[in-house]
Design a protein around this ligand. Sequence first.
Ligand code: NAP
Length: 285
Amino acid sequence: MSIAAAKTLAGVVGWPVHQSLSPLLHGFWLREHGITGAYVALPVKTIAFSSVVTGLRAAGFAGVNVTIPHKQAAFAIADGCDDAARVAAAANLLVFKDERIEARNTDIAGLKASLVEAIGPDALRARNIVIIGAGGGARAAVLACDALEAAGIYILNRTDRRVAALIHDLAGSTTAKLHAGGLDAWPNLAPDAALFIHATSAGMNGAPSLDLDLRLLPPGAAVCDLVYRPLETAILARARELSLRAIDGLGMLMHQAVPAFEAFYGIRPEVTPALRAELEQALRE
Ligand code: NAP
């Protein structure tokens, strides 16, 4: 269907955004449900973010997804937000409703759904988790693991400042106990971790991966990599070699899009093997 014929418009705002899988993902569901809508990638620099959002709302868009580097600005621009966006102080979804901009954060629910799909709803209860990275993805990971009732969450980062800010912002909102550390704490913490989440941008698009000894994880531990370009990261390949459970970043990406699609087009779509196959094909090309 041509964009000119589309009744409901939505998109993803980011910089850069040409690499985003969101148009393909939402396009799949638009076709599947026969909806006369369109979903477009909108490359927007930081300086133009707020004027573009105001313009899209005035132009009748139903809303937009927001990606790097605008997630904090999206939270700040909104007239109201859901609990997840408030706790994360970041939003990946803006819904335009009755002259208002509502900020939501669906990354947390997206990762939680992906983890539940892979290891079940109780696998993290009262267990310890290690997360490496302290950016937006790590924040979502902390809140997803807290929602799955983890006991202790150890957040290790290359530099101190960002991990200290994460603990400062999130510790009051979690039941799990949060601990900060450097990457050198890995050998002490890995043996007791039920789950390791890699949440740095190392290993993306051919960049060198972190050098971690995954043999230190206990048998039966799960390893989740938020990076999905490449889909099979060096960390996931090593986890599989060691017979650890490997969870890729595509699950989080697909599940975070479910509530966004529902907010834009009024139908709750499903994450299916056919959707995954289409996205995997795009990642291979
Ligand atoms: P971000 O806010 O820019 O944070 C990047 C993090 O990576 C920081 O903690 C940074 O450490 C660390 N880092 C970068 N290069 C490193 C290196 N060479 N060695 C050690 N640490 C390094 O990024 P983000 O938004 O959290 O995203 C992180 C990754 O998660 C990206 O690959 C992104 O695509 C992915 N992600 C995936 C999904 C999904 O749906 N699957 C959702 C969100 C994010 P410093 O603080 O020391 O700089």
